[in-house]
Design a protein around this ligand. Structure first.
Ligand code: AMP
Ligand code: MN
Ligand code: MN
Ligand code: MN
Length: 284
């Protein structure tokens, strides 16, 4: 397999905060020319069996996936796991524990929004959540758009839900070492998701990459829907500096919300090891 393979190893279904079912995503990936696909729902592998079956039916090579929420140095970091055994008991328990705090957090978010005069946000967000265990800020954003409070989900994050905004509730997710170990011990490869989205100082970012690697992490997303073209080059350099393989994924959530569709990203920069070279024997 060559680095120009149209791999899309990051997207979300209704099992987390995407708006399409796993089957619809498989069909869309295939139609868009994706040659290797992974569904990476937040903190959840409940969509994997459906994605595996739908990919097989579409003749689409598939890697299992999940995006684990982690707290590192007081900030949220996302770690994508690829090619693991989705039935691994330790991984499943770790993800269950990680998503366990979401219900309480959502109630606190609704309380904060109520103080701003926005009523019924918990119930409203829950209506948008395909999986009640996986209520996320995205579901609140969709509710606030539906209620006319904001014009777009992007506006909702900017005004209410981003870190430091009035509807944001700080939360402690999994530890970095735990998330990496769950993935690696389930036979997978751990990848730092969209690192440019984390607003770390250079020192904290260096610590993240060093500790991630020390825990057994092997990859970093270089080309993602969350990075600018300049950031592709920055994180290609980071991949080389830290000896990490490079991943590529749209982070597609919804035809109406996502800037980049499945399979529409540019190829990885030259001279990197594509993460799928580490996963050749785990492709289904
Ligand atoms: P949560 O896991 O509940 O904290 O929600 C995080 C999710 O919110 C991310 O996975 C994105 O789907 C979404 N999100 C975060 N920031 C933004 C933003 N600025 N605009 C739109 N969606 C965002
Ligand atoms: Mn999301
Ligand atoms: Mn993410
Ligand atoms: Mn994502």
């Amino acid at each position: 397999m060559t680095p120009v393979l149209n791999a899309d190893l990051h997207c979300h279904s209704t099992v987390s905060d995407g708006t399409l079912e796993p089957e619809a995503l498989a069909a869309r990936a295939k139609a868009n020319g994706v040659e290797l696909w992974a569904l990476t729902d937040h903190d959840e592998v409940g969509g994997q069996d459906r994605a595996i079956a739908a990919a097989a039916q579409a003749g689409l090579p598939y890697l299992t996936g999940a995006e684990v929420s982690v707290t590192f140095a007081g900030e949220t970091v996302h770690i994508v796991g690829l090619g693991f055994d989705p039935d691994d008991a330790r991984l499943r328990q770790g993800l269950l524990d990680t998503r366990g705090g979401r219900g309480q957090r959502a109630r606190e978010m609704a309380d904060q929004l109520a103080l701003l005069g926005i009523r019924g946000a918990y119930e409203g967000a829950l209506r948008f959540a395909g999986n009640p265990e996986l209520i996320s800020r995205t579901h609140f954003a969709r509710f606030l758009v539906e209620s006319g409070v904001c014009a777009s989900t992007h506006d909702v994050f900017r005004k209410y839900l981003a870190d430091g905004k009035p509807g944001h509730v700080p939360h402690r997710w999994a530890a970095l070492g735990d998330a990496v170990r769950w993935i690696v011990e389930a036979g997978g490869v751990a990848v730092i998701a969209h690192p440019a989205r984390c607003k770390f100082s250079p020192n904290a970012e260096y610590a993240l990459f060093s500790e991630f690697k020390a825990h057994g992490g092997q990859g970093v997303e270089v080309v993602t829907g969350s990075h600018t073209t300049a950031e592709y080059a920055t994180y290609a350099d980071m991949a080389r500096e830290f000896g990490l393989a490079a991943s590529r994924g749209s982070d597609f959530h919804s035809p109406h919300e996502s800037r980049i569709d499945l399979g529409q990203l540019p190829p990885l920069p030259a001279g990197l090891t594509p993460v799928w070279e580490l996963l050749a024997d785990r492709i289904r």
